[in-house]
Design a binder for this molecule. Structure first.
Ligand SMILES: Nc1ncnc2c1ncn2[C@@H]1O[C@H](COP(=O)(O)OP(=O)(O)O)[C@@H](O)[C@H]1O
Ligand SMILES: [Mg+2]
Length: 227
């Protein structure tokens, strides 16, 4: 496996709560990993630690072999903008902007002029099955359409890794299946790795591998096997 992102011996404590107690995990190019486990088991903490949002108390996070957990806050946030994409459960789109500008936003934050950024953003609508919705505002989109726009926004920077925390948590089962299919397939086609937290086994089954956590520890890990 061509490893893109790795966590080694990750430990994170909040007061007397140990959210992660020595977790080892790797994701490769075009590889998708689902993180499952009960509520409070450390799933979000693991995702946030791998994404450089939460700093581990011990252990290392490596992006293409380079440590990122010790970077200064400015470099780390620039790295997150350029090399990572994020999809959350809901409420991540700016309500006053049309869908295409929501998708273009990460490019504009990197100083790309608005016209070019919007033009690049529009290219993602057809692959995600939302062409024709470019001018709609989030309030005029269904839950499933809004998540497709959010996926487009995560991919527009052509990230190394897409992180998704319960991306289908607010969707009905049919829509949730459509959205996770698109998320896994389009992320893979783009060449990125996917790290997804979900409590839904049907959603997790769309990923190449599944990691189970409980009390901050891995209890089960479907290891990568060459196809
Ligand atoms: N910012 C925080 N401050 C204090 N405790 C936290 C914080 N974030 C998470 N925790 C605790 O760490 C544990 C793991 O949380 P979390 O990673 O959010 O679990 P999950 O996503 O699996 O529900 C829980 O006991 C939670 O209460
Ligand atoms: Mg969580």
């Amino acid at each position: 496996m061509n490893t893109v992102l790795a966590g080694h011996g990750l430990v994170k404590k909040y007061g007397s709560t140990t959210a992660l107690s020595g977790v080892d995990v790797e994701v490769g190019e075009r590889d998708s990993l689902a993180i499952m486990g009960p509520s409070g088991s450390g799933k979000s903490t693991l995702l946030h630690t791998l994404a450089g949002i939460v700093r581990p108390d011990d252990g290392q996070v490596l992006l293409r072999g380079e440590r990122i957990d010790k970077l200064g806050e400015n470099r780390l946030s620039a790295l997150r903008r350029k090399r990572f994409g994020f999809v959350f459960q809901f409420g991540q789109l700016l309500p006053e902007l049309p869908a295409e500008e929501n998708v273009a936003l990460p490019l504009m934050l990197e100083d790309m002029p608005r016209g070019r950024a919007v033009e690049r953003a529009r290219r993602w609508f057809a692959p995600l099955g939302i062409d024709g919705l470019e001018k709609r505002r989030p309030g005029q989109l269904s839950g499933g359409q809004a998540q497709r726009v959010a996926i487009a926004r995560a991919l527009v920077v052509e990230p190394d890794v897409v992180f998704a925390d319960e991306p289908t948590g607010a969707l009905d089962q049919t829509t949730s299946t459509e959205v996770v299919r698109l998320l896994t397939s389009v992320t893979r086609e783009q060449g990125a790795a996917l790290v997804m937290v979900t409590h839904d086994a049907d959603v997790a089954a769309h990923c190449d591998r599944i990691l189970q956590v409980r009390d901050g520890q891995i209890t089960h890990y479907t290891q990568y096997t060459a196809a």
